[in-house]
Write a protein that binds this ligand. Structure first.
Ligand SMILES: Nc1ncnc2c1ncn2[C@@H]1O[C@H](COP(=O)(O)OP(=O)(O)OP(=O)(O)O)[C@@H](O)[C@H]1O
Ligand code: NI
Length: 369
């Protein structure tokens, strides 16, 4: 690890290496011990996030999205959870080898999380102001009144009206959407390089969801922050992300820019997910269930639910990531995209005709960076 000439006691500053992705996950495995076989929640995931970029992980319930995001700062309960293999680098520094103390520093200074349920994440017995000040003072050596001032600033930035008069209010005095804004303020208190958001709008009603997404996008652009955004909703992906990783049963099935993946969905699993979007004719989700994460089948994990499965899909390992078309960063783990095979079998198969790729049609506006 190289250090720069600035304050080396501050991991936040000293570990930044500009030629490295902000977050680089390689071949990450995260398993949970049980009485029988381990649950292979994450089974060989690689992805990266650059500064200022939003990467979404999308997939059905149980596909391993949350465990992937929790593995980054080791938030999962351990035991039973453990990382048998893989590497996670933040600003170029390997963090799977850090002690709990060192990780706590990473969690406060470089990486923040926000979660689905704002209800449970705030402490009901302390005021909002107290909770934000705590977060600020944990990472910066400031006086109480400076922290208070900063708390008002943060609350204003996340769109809480008359912020200074709300500091002494308790969480129950805030609506769900306002609580999520407070939690975003707390997450931003340490000026993270990377914000990990796990279904942050799922518990909120639709109008509030849209407001929070817009807010996150604005804050991220202002701060050039990287964001890893977990969702099961492709409409939300279109709205917020630059790149997307489609995850199924602990593996990544397809990765690419949001535009490429929505315009040329390659993996039959991605195509099935897209078919489930409102307005695309799909009803009630993809038929069938995820494989047992304790004993996944050989070959492609989606084969049993895949309309295009052939014998080659059921041998050995999950297929390697193959390039889709000309886009170098668009890849899929599907045998039909192996050199020498005919990917048009999949690409030309009927997707339900639809006017727009998503209800929120963010992709078509061409405002991706
Ligand atoms: N503590 C645990 N012990 C055992 N298995 C676990 C544990 N936590 C998660 N799992 C399993 O890991 C797999 C992945 O779970 P994960 O929560 O990451 O899915 P997800 O994609 O986030 O789903 P959702 O959309 O429902 O949030 C699931 O099979 C889940 O049951
Ligand atoms: Ni989850």
């Amino acid at each position: 690890m190289s250090t720069r000439d600035d304050d080396t006691t501050d991991a936040h500053v000293s570990t930044r290496q500009d030629d490295r992705p902000l977050l680089e996950i390689s071949n990450l495995h995260t398993y949970f011990r049980t009485d029988s076989e381990d649950v292979r929640a994450v089974d060989g995931v690689s992805l990266s996030v650059e500064p200022g970029e939003t990467v979404a992980i999308v997939g059905e319930s149980g596909s391993g999205k949350t465990v992937t995001s929790e593995a980054i700062t080791r938030l999962f309960k351990s035991p039973p959870g453990y990382i048998p293999e893989g590497s996670i680098r933040i600003n170029g520094r390997e963090i799977t080898e850090l002690s709990d103390d060192e990780l706590r520093q990473v969690r406060g200074a470089e990486v923040s999380h926000i979660f689905q349920n704002p209800q449970g994440a705030l402490n009901p017995v302390y005021t909002i102001g107290w909770q934000i000040r705590e977060a600020i003072q944990l990472h910066a050596d400031v006086t109480k009144s400076e922290a208070r001032e900063r708390a008002v600033e943060l609350l204003t930035q996340v769109g809480i009206p008359e912020a200074s008069s709300r500091l002494d209010d308790y969480p129950h005095e805030f609506s769900g959407g306002m609580k999520q804004r407070v939690l975003i303020a707390i997450a931003l208190a340490c000026e993270p390089d990377l914000l990990i958001a796990d279904e942050p709008t799922t518990a909120l009603d639709v109008t509030i969801q849209a407001q929070i997404l817009k807010l996150l996008k604005e804050l991220q652009e202002q701060r050039d922050m990287g964001m890893l955004f977990i969702t099961h909703d492709l409409g939300v992906v279109a709205e917020i992300a630059d790149r997307v990783a489609v995850m199924y049963a602990g593996k990544i099935m397809e990765k690419g820019s949001v535009v490429d993946v929505f315009e040329t969905p390659a993996h039959p699993y991605t195509r099935a997910l897209l078919d489930c979007l409102p307005g695309r004719g799909g009803i009630g989700g993809i038929p069938g269930d995820l494989p047992d994460p304790r004993s996944p089948p050989p070959g492609c994990r989606f084969a049993d639910r895949c309309p295009h499965a052939i014998d080659a899909c059921r041998t050995d390992e999950q297929p390697r990531m193959h390039q889709v078309g000309d886009a170098p960063d668009h890849t899929t783990s599907c045998v039909h995209f192996e050199p020498g095979r005919d990917s048009s079998t999949v690409l030309n198969a009927d997707l339900e005709p639809a006017g727009s790729p998503s209800p929120s049609d963010g992709v078509e506006r061409g405002d991706r960076r």
